[in-house]
Design a protein around this ligand. Structure first.
Ligand code: SF4
Ligand code: SF4
Length: 329
């Protein structure tokens, strides 16, 4: 409720200021190195000298302050490898930014004592399926059990714990339901995020990315029998309608921009057509009309939240009925 109220107020202030393009969440990538090498990952294929680089606390905080986003999702690579990640989180929380720390959880229990529970901080733990499916997805046995143990440990210490699940063509509607039931009912995580995998050009596995039709069929069937309302999904109802194919949206990539060691990535977290030094420069120097499905072939299978959740949020704010629907879940 605190987060919804703050975001609602932030959006109202953007409207009052007649600001047309503004960030809702920044995808902050303070490093690209990871301790896993998932087949569907398009983030870790940099040369060694880039993988060894770490963003400084000042650079990370400066970027978030410049753009003014109320929420930050820290990704990578694996952020817990970064020796100053707890300081980046601490500085952002001190500035009352809502921070999600995305992690595969391998190092989480070891690093837990560096963090403090806060209404402004949540873990976002990568869980792509139940034991066999998750370990297959991350290409290492035992990672699912580690993630589950880390979720339990973080919850026991009073942290807000969310999860992030990516689906591929190997996943059936039943597998979607099984993993969400497990996270919702058995682990009782606070909220869950879901996403169809984006077809990264650099990902080693190019065979298992869902197309738009397959994504809609998968979620429509998985969400059937009123399950969607029962799960604590961390998305607007309109974005979930979009995944099911009930509504069609344009991409609003400027709403969830990506900032990494290279700068502000154009146009989004998933594609890289160059970099800008500041968010302002990113907004002013990018031809946003070139991107989205039907405009750029690389966008053709994309239904990712970094492009379409901002559209759903803006639509929600324009409609009192949708606003109430989002508040009551
Ligand atoms: S855990 Fe995340 S960043 Fe690491 S290889 Fe897997 S998908 Fe990529
Ligand atoms: S549709 Fe939008 S979010 Fe998706 S890849 Fe294209 S520009 Fe990025």
């Amino acid at each position: 409720m605190r987060q919804s109220t703050r975001i609602g107020w932030y959006l109202f202030r953007q409207r009052l200021a007649r600001r047309e393009k503004f960030p809702l969440i920044v995808e902050l990538e303070p490093l690209f190195q990871c301790n896993l090498a998932c087949a569907g990952c398009g983030k870790i294929q940099h040369p060694d000298h880039i993988l060894r680089k770490r963003m400084s606390v000042e650079q990370a905080v400066g970027a978030i302050e410049e753009c003014g986003a109320p929420m930050v999702s820290i990704a990578g690579g694996e952020p817990l490898i970064h020796p100053e990640i707890h300081e980046i989180v601490g500085e952002l929380v001190r500035r009352k930014r809502f921070v999600y720390l995305c992690t595969n959880a391998i190092l989480l229990e070891k690093k837990l004592e560096n963090f403090r529970p806060s209404p402004y901080f949540a873990w976002a733990i990568h869980v792509d399926g139940l034991r066999e499916r998750h370990d297959e997805s991350v290409e290492r046995e035992g990672v699912f059990d580690k993630a589950v143990a880390a979720i339990r440990a973080a919850k026991a210490r009073g942290f807000r714990v969310t999860t992030n699940t990516t689906f591929f063509t190997q996943d059936s509607p039943k597998q979607v339901r099984d993993v969400l039931d497990f996270l919702n009912d058995e682990l009782e995580v606070d909220e869950m995020m879901i996403s169809p995998a984006y077809a990264y050009e650099k990902a080693p596995d190019q065979e298992h990315f869902l197309g738009v039709k397959q994504t809609r069929e998968l979620f429509r069937e998985a969400f059937g029998e009123g399950r969607r309302r029962r799960w604590r999904l961390n998305h607007t109802p309109l974005f979930l309608d979009f995944l099911e194919g009930k509504v069609e949206y344009d991409c609003t990539a400027w709403g969830i921009p990506s900032y990494s060691l290279f700068g502000w990535q154009r146009p989004c977290y998933l594609m890289s057509d160059g970099y800008a030094k500041t968010y302002t420069e990113l907004i002013e120097s990018t031809d946003w009309s070139k991107y989205g499905r039907g405009k750029d072939p690389r966008c053709e299978n994309c239904m990712a939240h970094c492009g379409y959740e901002p559209t759903a949020v803006l639509q929600t704010m324009r409609s009192p009925r949708q606003y109430v629907r989002a508040l009551i879940g």
